[in-house]
Design a protein around this ligand. Structure first.
Ligand code: PHE
Length: 448
């Protein structure tokens, strides 16, 4: 008998816990900055609404119907539909994507831990822009420090995974998610008071179509998958723990809404600080680490708020990282003689090793480049822009072309009108959008 969440709230909290993470607070702001602001935000919002929400429903639906890990789940659903077992490939690709994502995710989560400690020691007091930049570059220049924190974060993740997704995690999510939102709102209030909020809003929301480039479109689409944890089986596994009677549409809607709101608030807050301090919005992955210390360092009670903030971001990362390995671990347990602890150790060890290459790419191996990108950039691009959208595309195609309509409908339990809408979007709109962006990527289709 499979474990199930205790109620709908628990599923929403856990899935929102998976969705809200570094993607919202670290990645979204810096990608908005490097991709020209509002154009990126607009495409991202379109992708979330048109592809993200229907696909979230689809992935939860597949998981709940399958009641298994993503590999065996897809195999089961394929035989139920009388289709080829090749669909299992979705599960395998998801496992691989989760492993590759966590190998850089953990390194960045390590930065967050280190900054939490710096904050607690009052290290940001009175910090200026230049100092903040210097602090960050000397920090990522030191591989030993990065290794230490990467190791700590992987250890924390694997301890929890080894113990299973128990009520402990459910409870942690329930406390941490609202606290994170509260701290974020305090920061927003601060940046409204002293930051350049109007320039920030302008940068993020005033439409400027001249800035829409093919790369920005691809990055925005990829990011909509990343931030919603879609396309790699994490949502599918969580869906497999969802009880029968819960409405998939409503739960998915809340998750998507929460995730988007957190990203937008984080973005507005951070850019207000960036512009007020004459910083560079296109600073890249270091953006929040170079901007937030300045704000915290000047705000009353900054030491406390900064510490809380980084601790909570670490928790947000932690609830996401667990979902990144859950497909791999549940697959190993259900297919080998390994118990949960050994499976976690094995997967965690592999990720830890790949992570070492990632952290070295910020210093000693910074010159090693593949197609002009460092190891960190390559892994990020490969997973976010290719593996997740491809996984999502295949799941959508499976759900509407292979699976029996009655089965999908039984899980989704939508009324007629909503069902037809979901079907139309999942059948045509989402796949066409993903394929168009891919074609554009390989340069067959000149966009703008
Ligand atoms: N959604 C998480 C974030 O935004 C990252 C993630 C991606 C988690 C894919 C699980 C699966 O930080």
């Amino acid at each position: 008998m499979r474990v199930h969440w205790s109620n709908r709230r628990a599923f929403i909290m856990a899935t929102a816990g998976s969705a809200v993470g570094l993607g919202n607070i670290w990645k979204f702001p810096y990608m908005t900055g490097t991709n020209g602001g509002s154009a990126f935000v607009l495409v991202y919002l379109l992708c979330v609404a048109l592809i993200g929400l229907p696909l979230m429903m689809t992935e939860v639906m597949l998981g709940r119907r399958a009641q298994r890990n993503p590999v065996d789940g897809m195999a089961h659903l394929a035989s139920e539909a009388g289709a080829t077992q090749m669909w299992k490939g979705i599960g395998y690709m998801g496992i691989a994507a989760g492993i590759l994502i966590l190998s850089f995710y953990s390194v960045v989560a390590g930065w967050v831990l280190d900054y939490g400690l710096r904050a607690a020691g009052g290290g940001f007091a009175g910090m200026g822009a230049e100092q903040a930049q210097q602090q960050f570059s000397s920090f990522i220049g030191n591989p030993y420090e990065l290794l230490l924190w990467h190791t700590v974060f992987m250890f924390l993740t694997m301890v929890v995974v080894a113990r299973g997704v128990t009520s402990g995690l459910e409870r942690a999510n329930k406390i941490m998610m609202p606290s994170l939102v509260a701290i974020l709102l305090i920061l927003l209030g601060y940046s409204m008071a002293v930051g350049d909020i109007s320039r920030s809003l302008d940068f993020m929301f005033r439409p400027d179509f001249s800035r829409i480039t093919p790369t920005a479109v691809l990055s925005a689409m990829g990011h909509s998958f990343f931030t919603l944890s879609l396309g790699m089986g994490a949502v599918m596994v969580y869906g497999s723990y969802l009880q029968r009677h819960v409405s998939i549409a409503r739960a998915s809607f809340y998750v998507v809404l929460t995730d988007t709101a957190v990203a937008l608030v984080a973005g507005v807050t951070i850019f207000a600080i960036v512009f007020a301090n004459g910083l560079e919005p296109a600073a890249g992955p270091g953006l929040i680490f170079q901007t937030l210390p300045i704000a915290f360092g000047r705000m009353p009670g900054g030491t406390l708020f900064a510490t809380l903030f980084f601790v909570l971001v670490a928790f947000a990362a932690w609830t996401s990282s667990i979902s990144l390995v859950e497909p791999a671990v549940s697959w190993l347990i259900e297919n080998t003689r390994l118990d949960r602890t050994r499976a976690a150790l094995l997967v965690g060890g592999l990720i830890w090793l790949i992570g070492i290459a990632v952290l070295l790419s910020f210093n000693a191996w910074g010159e090693i480049k593949l197609f002009g990108l460092t190891i960190f950039d390559q892994l990020d691009k490969l997973t976010t822009n290719v593996m997740l959208p491809l996984g999502g595309l295949l799941m959508a195609l499976f759900a509407v072309w292979v699976m029996r309509a009655a089965h999908a409908q039984e899980e989704l339990a939508l009324n007629d009108r909503h069902y037809r809408r979901w079907l139309f979007v999942t059948r045509y709109v989402a796949p066409a959008a993903i394929v168009l962006v891919f074609l554009n990527l390989v340069g067959w289709l000149p966009l703008v």
